[in-house]
Design a protein around this ligand. Sequence first.
Ligand code: CA
Length: 648
Amino acid sequence: MKKFMVILVTIAMLLTMSACGKKYENPIAQSSETLYVRKLDLPEGFIKGVDISSVISLENSGVRFYGWDGNECDIFQTLAESGVNYIRVRVWNNPFDENGNGFGGGNNDINTAVEIGKRATKYGMKLLVDFHYSDFWADPGKQMVPTSWKDMEIEEKAEALYQFTKESLELLKKEKVDVGMVQIGNETNGAMCGETIWAKILKLMISGSKAVREVFPKAKVAVHFANPESGSYETYASKLAYYALDYDVFASSYYPYWHGTLDNLKKELDNITDKYDKEVMVIETSYAYRGDDTDFFGNTISDESAVVKNYPYSVQGQANSIIDVMDTVSQMKKGIGVCYWEPAWITVGQNSYDENKALWEKYGSGWASSYAKVYDKNDAGRYFGGSAVDNQALFDEKGYPLESLKVFNLVDTGNIVELTVEAVEDTYLSCDLNEKVVLPEKVYAIMSDNSRQEVSVKWEDINEEELRSNGVKKYTIHGEANGKQAVLYLSMIKFNFLDNPYFDTGDMGKWKVIDNGKADELYIEKKSTDSLSGEYHFHFCSAMANSVNFDLEQDVENLKDGTYCFEISIMGGDAGNTNIYAYVKVNGETVATGNTTITSYNEWHKATVNDVNVKAGDKVTCGIHVECSGANKGAWGKIDDALFNYQD
Ligand code: CA
């Protein structure tokens, strides 16, 4: 039995060796023919990093990763073969409760970082150490102090931070890990380690930097901020300079979904280089290759549209996002690299939430476990669960690398293939119930090089009769363009060709008043209880008999040939004899009218004008004539809800 086992193990090892042990001569040579990659002119030594901090907890949970030949392979080898030259790892001070249960998110203490660092070094990649100086996640929303430091005054805390940094780095040094860069804090937008006063934050940062210089004098010291779109980077950098922090790299997160444009990112980081002569980089970025979730725990981005923020949710779209970020950083004055965040944080299982949850809890392979509540009860303690970025990974849900992982190599050579339609943008169309429904023959598509083009589309058959007879309603119509799904959102509506038909802008807009009787009050009034709809209506009132005598009208142009109708509503009182009617003029001639009257408060009457024949180019005027004798004490009233539309 024992011998049999040994044979099995030997066969397994041989198989593994053949799959994993061989070093590819030229990984690019076996790149796919499908991924479109434009060649980038990257500076020598450009950092192509990935943060795979969660990877050991995933492996412990049973996740297997595969290489380009389809066989199981150390993910560090696959990454190195794919052009990755830097591994980033987060370090939390003590992400465990008093019983040793991990808080999750990879349970990344320094011991885990050492393990990850050793494997990175084995495959020739440098390590970027990301100290959060917290027991769990630090980001712009929270910068909690480690529990064991929480009662310390700033001097004592700075000393503790120095010692922690130094001892942690010495562990890495002892294991011969090739540390290339060390981050002092993570997304420290005005806070770090429980401190929110710059003088104190800087005292801590200076202690951290000092420790890095002592242990790894050749490593770069980085600071890390988020939200380039906020315009705050110069303020941050000025604080670092004022307190004379010794650092090399001003690093930024850049998630295209949230962090503004690439142009803005370049402007913000170039400004830091101009003013403070610092190197800059994007130290976190990612994008989704699919919209849906694979681990029964919702993701940070998950739209259903095919194209979101310019990039399709596809493997090529994801690759294009990475290429664009690398391209932008490489064009910065001192841009040194890009790091992709958690490309391996995939699902720990395919079966159920409960099965996955058991693994997240046991191995810390979800973003947070329930044990984190002792430290962070309001966020992690409430919303703990799995991976929120499995649809942004560079490996599929089974652990096979996606083509998009190849960009790290392919940007050096380019991989120009025939352009294909990557995704079709959603189309929106409003159509009047009385008009013919004409679906567009072309739609906009995002091509594999991320350019935008019009392409022909074939829609499913529609039943016009039915669309019109169902009245005002919305429809989703599917189609196909170059083999990709197209979606049209059709709204069947009743047009209203009038400007400001409900007076809801609060001003007259195109409405005009022709006052023949010198009424006391003729204006737009804001009073929802006196309006037929909304908050505003047109108000009239006059104390003197026969002084209410006006026309309220507006011109309508650019109409198509057709038969139209007009309606408008009125209420009021104390009117005496009335002569009130709606009218429509075509080219100055009244062609039709519809009578109505006013009676008492809140009794609305609608005046309707039908059968208005219009030819294209005609000038049409819609209005209401209001004339009241006033029964010796004047009249008052309200006008609202006008509509000029095709006649049914
Ligand atoms: Ca998920």
